[in-house]
Design a binder for this molecule. Structure first.
Ligand SMILES: *Cc1c(COP(=O)(O)O)cnc(C)c1O
Length: 219
């Protein structure tokens, strides 16, 4: 099933759209099946799981961090990950910069946008993203490459559409302002919403359930 689902999603993706396989709470054998079916990027929410999976599956795929990153985990995270999709504060940017400098790495990051301005959610508020992007440009070991958003939690993707649209507008605004080639990823959409997200301009989607089935604790 995992193999068929992965292939089906990859085959139906329009050109230029990257699939990030959201691997939280999946076994390494499950993740391996997705990789054998063509998955190139694995998204991890938890450092402990990421370390174990990375040790097993290694550098034949790219690793993206998509969970909430705590500052005391940054030292380990910058070693493993090819991209951190969830930069959400200046303090965290400072720590990622410092730890990346230690290992002489320039860390690609996406700015996480709290696109529906929900008080319980992580992410930079929409009206603060442009300024935030300017502020982090002073960190030489950080490379901001675009935006990531979750949107409000609902299975109804039409309810998320306006927030995808808003995030795309901010993405374009920064792109037009900077005119640089590093600013290129817009990570939006999950299993129930990735098609809508693509219609609204996403070029990176994060999909778990549609590949692996329901998570254990939901079963
Ligand atoms: C789990 C997760 C996903 C994937 O969600 P599914 O509904 O299982 O596709 C995407 N993004 C983030 C940040 C996640 O934590």
């Amino acid at each position: 099933m995992i193999k068929e689902k992965t292939k089906e999603i990859l085959q139906n993706l329009p050109e230029g759209i990257d699939l990030v396989v959201a691997a939280k709470d999946r076994s390494r054998e499950e993740i391996k099946q997705a990789i054998e079916s063509g998955a190139k990027i694995i998204g991890e929410n938890y450092l402990k799981q990421a370390k174990a999976n990375y040790a097993f599956l290694g550098a034949k795929v790219k690793w993206h961090f998509i969970g909430h990153l705590q500052k005391n985990k940054v030292r380990k995270a910058v070693k493993i990950f090819d991209m951190i999709e969830t930069l959400d504060s200046l303090k965290l940017a400072e720590v990622i910069n410092k730890e990346s400098e230690r290992i002489k790495k320039v860390m690609p990051v996406l700015i996480e946008v709290n696109s529906a301005s929900e008080p319980q959610k992580f992410g930079v508020l929409p009206e603060e993203v442009v300024k935030f992007e300017e502020e982090i440009s002073r960190f030489p070991n950080l490379k901001a490459c675009g935006l990531m958003t979750m949107g409000p939690f609902t299975q109804d993707s039409e309810k998320i559409r306006p927030y995808f649209r808003k995030t795309k507008e901010i993405f374009s605004q920064i792109k037009n302002k900077n005119q640089n080639s590093r600013w290129k990823y817009l990570s939006m959409g999950m299993s129930s919403s990735y098609k809508t997200a693509i219609e609204e301009g996403a070029n990176m989607i994060r999909v778990g359930t549609a590949i692996f089935g329901p998570r254990q604790r939901e079963k």
